[in-house]
Structure formats: C-alpha cells, structure tokens
Design a binder for this molecule. Structure first.
Ligand SMILES: N[C@@H](CC(=O)c1ccccc1NC=O)C(=O)O
Length: 586
C-alpha cells in the first residue's frame, strides 16, 4: 500500500465500502509488483495484529463460558478495535502537588500523528523527585510566610509545619533589664486579664523583675491562664472566628519599607518588590475572612526587625486608622475614605530615626468599616458596599477584631500602645471602656498598657452642640451613630468608668492642638476629666493632658513630627520611666 493511499478509518460507517473501493482500484500490475520487502512488511503487520488480538484482555472467552464467573460484571460488549489508529489510552498520573490523579485521554488533543503528540510519560523515579521538589518548595513558602509573620524562622529550618503556629524562636532582642533601663510599667509575667488589682505598680516603677531569670517568655509553655482570664496563650491559630492566620505571600502585596540609611534621605518608602529582610511591611492583611469580611477589614503591619520571644521589653504601637505595630486608628469622621496608612508614614520615618526606635517591636495600622458618605467629592460611597455602610458599633467591633487578630498571632498581650487620631482617638478610648469587648468565643482582647489620643472626639453631643451651625457635624455623627442621642451619649468615651473597665491601664495621654480648626480643645479637657475621675483611687494610671501649639487638625499626622513626638513620649513613659517624661524623644 502506497503512502498516498489513505487508510480507511474504521470509525467511519462506510469503512468497508472504502476498503473494497481501494482494493478495486489497485491495478493488477501494481499488485504484481509487490517487492519482497513489502511482502515481508505485510507479513510482519499481520503477525502483529494476530498477537495484538491474542493478548487483548477485553474478553476472556474461557470465563464467559462459565456461569459462576469470579468478579463477574454486567454484560458489556467488548470493544473491537476496528481501526489501525491506536486505541485511545486512558492514562492516570498522580499529581505530586495535589495528590490527585489526573486523567488524560491520549489522542484527545486531536491531530493524526499520535507519536508527535504523545507526551513524555515520567518514570516513577521522576515523579518521586518532582513530588519531593514540590514538597520542599511548599515547606519553603510556608517558612517564609511564618517568618514574615513572626519575624523569626522555625528553630530548625524545615521543621515547622503548616497548620500549626509554632512560637517564634528565642534569640535576638532585649529584655528591659538587658537594656539597662531598669524601669518598666509591666512586671514581666505573661499578661493577665485587666482585672482590678491585677497591677501592683504605678507608673513609673522601678521594680522590674529579672524576666530572663524567671524563665518566662511571650509563649511560656508552662503558663496556663487563670480560669477567668481573658488572656490565653495561643500556640495554634484558632480555626474559628474567621481568623486568617498567616498572610500568604501570594495573597498579600508586601511593601518593604526602607529604614533611614544614613544618607539623609527619607526612609520607609515602600519598595515594589516583596523581600524577606527587615524592616518588613505587610500590607492589607485581612483580620476577618469569610462571609463577613469586607475590603476594609484589613490592617498593615510593620516590623522594624525580627521578632523574638525575648522582645518583652518592647512595645507594639497600634494606630487605629491607617498606619503601621504602634496600633494606630485613623480619623476621617468615621466616613472619609481618603485617610489611609500613608497618614502614618511621616511619623514612622521620624520614629525610626529617633531615640525610641529600639523600644518598638512592631506597628500595626487598623482599618475599619466606614459609615456612608454619599456626598464625598471624589469617592462617594454606594448603598451596596458593605465596607462603607457601617453603623456604630460596627467600627469599634472591627477595631476589637483587629486587635484580637494581632494578639492571637503575635502574642504581645497588653504590651501595646493604642494610638488614635480624631475619631480614631474616640475608638481607642472606646476600646478601654470595655463596653464592646466581647467576642463570639467569649474571649475578649487584652487591653493596652497605654492610649494616646490626638485631636480626639470624646463627647459626641458636645461636639455637635459646639458646631450646630455646621451641618457636617450632625451629618457625620448621625451617619455613624444614628439619630438617637442616647446612643451618642453611650458611645462617647467621656461616659466611661475607666477605673472599672481599664484597671491595668498605665498611661492615658490626651493631646490636642490649640490650632485645631475642626475639634475644639474642650473635647480633650472633658476626656481628661473623665479619666481623672478615678484618680486617687486604686488605679495605677498616669493621665496626661497636653496641648500643642502649632498643629491644625490633620497636621498632627501629616507633618509627622507631632505624631512621632507624642508616640515617642508615650513609649518613653511606658518603657523608660519618669526621668524621660519631659525629654524630647525624637
Ligand atoms: N474630612 C471629614 C471631616 C473630618 O474628618 C472631621 C470634621 C470635623 C471634625 C472631625 C473630623 N474628623 C475626625 O475624624 C469629612 O469630610 O467628613
């Protein structure tokens, strides 16, 4: 048979006719001219077909003749191979990554020449090596994520495993005693609940126990929380409560801040590429995942250096509102979308050139859902955006959820300063009223050692009354807290009873600028008075009211210096003791 002649396809209905036609068209001359080689080839081909049919397992005739056939299946007509095309082969290959068997149907990709299309089938050894490579890659990625989150690798590289949250390695870092400061506002024990009488020292104190000799660490394996304690050490991330334990590099855009490099350039710009060194920044980490999560349930984390279990001499700083682990809470009248983490960056740059740079373990900036702002000039909210239709107490619930996420993942307990600007300061003080501090699993957060409120709103009704000629105030307060002024009163931090709700508090620093054009200084004074109500009682808190001379409302954060100075001062008060109180700290 010449190459030009097409082999009839046995799947075609008329294949027999085609074959017959071909046979007819073969001239007797051509038939007669069959060479010896051709005859041998034909013979070999016939032989091959015979062996194929003999070896076919499609139909074991000896079994079909018996009635008691072992493994008998229902009647299935045997597939007859009618074509010279190789029969489609179903191959199964185990994917080393997924462990799933991948079914492939050779010949599916079309094309007549199956040899050309046939893929290389890996040998078992190749598969094993591939699986091993993939396993190693997975482990490496997990350890990267873990190190990014905790700032320290597993004790033995490759021994940590996804699914368990192992405590950070002991190593780098310095305890208070090691720093030679000898003064601390906490006692070196694992954080306990903010229960009355749980603190024994007033700020400042000079009785720091030797925390290295008592052997306790952030994750003390021997420590068990008091039965009624709101603090529980976490050795594994809870699966409940929508907590996302490890920000995954694939999911989280990482911005890597540059620290001051001595060149005089501003530091902490964020580079485009992710990198694993320090300082390290993680952006848009979701603190709630799943159905209730929105685009604003995020926080940003900034780690100046590797974290260590022995970092108990350092504070975290949390900014409520957009920023870096000072915890910081941004302002924006509970509704403005244009206040973001960047508002904290000028202050960060200064802080990390300043005296307190070694006293801060990490920063976090907490975002939270906003109330509607339909008239926003450039970015109006829409009714269907769950991130921008919040009503009190949504905002404070979000802040508490974020703090719980950070505490569970980083285990810093009470060792943090909560910083808020404007309505961020409202939220910061709402945290320590304890009124909304409950959670689905019955565990609240551990309240902070200190609060720094800047240009804060603390008495909602007084604020509106002082500005009743400007509709914006009524509008944003109503947008956030509804129409009932009873609710406004209950939500106002000035109505808190802090001796009861925040007995472990060491510092409340209320800062206001005389030049604030949006919030009057009465707000700061009222807050200070509310804090002072329990002065002289059993509490150990230092309350400070401080007025700045030169900052307008938003300049406190936008110029960087006022915010950085006040954070450094608060950190100094909490860590360094009284002698540092009046020093310029940055
Ligand atoms: N830019 C905001 C106004 C604002 O942020 C504000 C106005 C008056 C008093 C306090 C304010 N912000 C507090 O977080 C707005 O347009 O709603």
């Amino acid at each position: 048979m010449s190459k030009e002649e097409k082999v009839p396809d046995a799947w075609d209905d008329d294949w027999e006719t085609q074959v017959d036609r071909q046979n007819e068209t073969v001239s007797p001359e051509r038939a007669a001219k069959v060479s010896k080689a051709e005859r041998l080839a034909k013979h070999a081909e016939l032989n091959r077909k015979l062996w194929d049919s003999a070896e076919s397992t499609d139909n074991f005739l000896f079994l079909t003749t018996k009635d008691d056939v072992p493994l008998k299946t229902e009647f299935r007509p045997a597939v007859k191979v009618l074509s010279r095309k190789p029969a489609p082969k179903v191959g199964s290959q185990i994917d080393p990554a997924s462990g799933m068997s991948q079914l492939t149907l050779e010949g599916e990709e079309g094309g007549e020449d199956m040899d050309a299309n046939r893929k290389h089938t890996p040998s078992p050894e190749e598969l094993r090596l591939k699986a091993q490579r993939e396993r190693e890659e997975k482990q490496r990625r997990y350890e990267e994520a873990r190190e990014r989150l905790f700032g320290s690798p597993a004790t033995t590289p490759g021994t940590s495993s996804p699914g368990t949250l192992t405590p950070p390695k002991t190593g780098e870092g310095k305890g208070i005693k090691g720093k030679g400061k000898g003064r601390s506002v906490w006692d070196g024990k694992p954080p306990t609940e903010n229960a009355p009488g749980s603190r024994s020292k007033k700020l400042p104190v000079d009785t720091t126990p030797d925390r290295t000799s008592d052997g306790r660490q952030l994750y003390d394996p021997g420590y068990s929380a008091k039965p009624d304690s709101s603090f529980l050490q976490r050795r594994s991330v809870p699966q409940s409560d929508n907590i996302q334990p490890v920000p995954d590099e694939g999911q989280q855009p990482i911005r890597s801040p540059r620290g001051p490099d001595g060149s005089g350039r501003r530091g902490f710009g964020f580079s485009e590429r992710a990198h694993r060194g320090y300082p390290r920044s993680m952006k848009n980490v979701e603190y709630i995942s799943g159905s209730g999560s929105t685009s604003l349930h995020t926080l940003d984390i900034f780690l100046p250096r590797k974290l260590s279990c022995e970092d108990t001499g350092r504070l975290w700083v949390m900014y409520v509102g957009p920023s870096p682990k000072l915890t910081y809470i941004h302002g924006g009248a509970w509704r403005s979308p244009d206040v973001s983490m960047e508002s904290f960056e000028p202050a960060l740059n200064l802080l990390f050139k300043g005296k307190r740079k070694d006293d801060i373990a990490g920063f976090a900036s907490i975002n939270y859902r906003l109330s509607p702002y339909r008239q926003h000039p450039t970015n109006p909210s829409t009714p269907d955006d769950p991130a921008r239709n919040a009503k009190h107490p949504d905002h404070i619930h979000d802040v508490l959820a974020a703090l719980r996420f950070l505490q569970r993942n980083y285990g810093f307990g009470e060792r943090y300063l909560l910083v808020g600007h404007s309505c961020g300061a409202t939220l910061a003080f709402q945290v320590v009223t304890g009124r909304w501090n409950e959670s689905s699993d019955g565990m609240g957060i551990v309240l902070p050692l200190g609060i720094l409120g800047l240009a804060g709103i603390y008495d909602l009704i007084r604020l509106r009354n002082n500005h009743c000629d400007i509709s914006m105030y009524q509008a944003f307060l109503e947008g956030a807290f509804g129409e009932s002024e009873d609710n406004w009163a209950k939500a106002s931090p000035t109505s808190g009873d802090f001796s009861k709700s925040w007995p472990g508090g060491k510092l409340a620093l209320v800062v206001h600028s005389s030049e604030d054009e949006l919030v009057e200084k009465e707000q700061a004074t009222l807050m200070f008075q509310a804090l002072q109500q329990d002065a002289g009682q059993r509490n150990e808190r230092t309350n400070i009211l401080q007025f700045l001379e030169t900052s307008k409302h938003d300049e406190i954060w936008s110029r960087g210096t006022p915010l950085a100075t006040m954070i450094a001062k608060a950190v100094g008060l909490l860590i360094g003791g009284a002698e540092n109180t009046m020093e310029p700290d940055i």
